[in-house]
Design a protein around this ligand. Sequence first.
Ligand code: CUA
Length: 352
Amino acid sequence: MMHLAAYSAAKPSGGNIRARRRIRYAFVGTLPLALAACAEAPLDTTRPAGPAAQRIFDLSVPVFAIAAVIFILVEAAIVYAALKFRDRDDDAEPKQIHGNNRLEVLWTIIPALILVGIAVPTVGAIVDLTSAPADAVEIDVIGHQWWFEFSYPEGVTTANVLVVPAGTPIELNMTSKDVVHSFWVPRLAGKRDVIPGQYTSLYFEADEPGAYWGQCAEFCGLSHAKMSFRVQALPPAEYTAWLQDQQRPAVEPPAGSLEAEGRDVFLSRGCIACHNIRGVSEVAGEVPGAPDLTHFASRSVFAGALLSVDSDDDLRDWLANPPAVKSGSFMPNLGLSPDDIAALIAYLRSLE
Ligand code: CUA
C-alpha cells in the first residue's frame, strides 16, 4: 500500500500511470491466490485428524519455524551485502574474507548442528510410523490407472471409497497392477508409493467418523490428476454392519423391471469382461481390471472419486463416453443407446 500512496502523491505522467496500473494489476492478480489459501481445503495437511498425521504435523511446525528464521537471516544478509558493497565510483576493494578458517569452521558447524537437530526427531517419526500396532485392521490396496481398489480379509472388494472403523489403527498393504502410484490422505497420514511387484505398508487412524479426501500423489499417466478417492471412517458398530452387508451377493432385481433390463445390458454389452458383480458375473483371473460393482450404490463416488453416484447426469455422462470424462480411461465407449443407459443406471442404483 505504501507504493500506491507514494505514486498517487506524485504528479501523474504517462510513465506513472502505467506503473500505477501495473501495481494495481499485480495486487488484483495476487489477491485471489492469497484468498485461496484461506479456503476450506479438503487436502489440508495442517488439520490432522489422526495420530499419524498429527505426528507429521508436530514435526513440520518446528522445522518450518527453523527454515523461516534461516530464510529471514539469509535474505537480510543478501540485502545488506547488496546495498553495502554496491558499485560506487570511488571503489576501493572491500576487505576479503576468503580462507578465514574461523568463519569456514563456523558456517560448516552451524548448519550441520541444525541438520542433526532436525534429523533426530524426523528419523524417530519415520520409524514410529513405519509399523502399525499389532491390533491394526489390515486392508489390501491395489493401485490401477486411475482408481484404487480396496480388498478386505472378509472377502469384500470395493473401489474409490476406503471404509474404515474410526478410532482404530489401520494397516494398508499396498501394491499396484500397472505403474507407480502414491496413496495420500493428507488429514490422516503421509504419502506412500504404491509400486507394481512390491508391497508397501501404511499405518493411519481416523480419530473421528467422517469423510477424508485422498489423492494419488505420483504422476501415473493421463488421468493422474483425476485419481482421487475417499476414506470413509464409520463408528465401529456401523463399520461391522457395513462389512456384513458388503459380504452379501448383489441384490436380485424383480423380473420385468427396468433394473432387470439393466442387468441384461450389463451381461450382454461387454461390461462383464472387466467388472465383477458377485452372484451375477465374475471376471476370470486374479485381479479384474475394473471396480467391483456388487455394492456400487453403497458408495458415494465413482470413476476415481470424480463423479457422484447420486447424480443421474454423472452416471449418464460416464456410461455414454468414459474417455471423454476421464482421459485415457480403460473403460471404452461401448456405444450404449439412451435406453440402455437408463436401464443400466436403474440397475446400478439398485446395487445397495
Ligand atoms: Cu495414480 Cu497418479
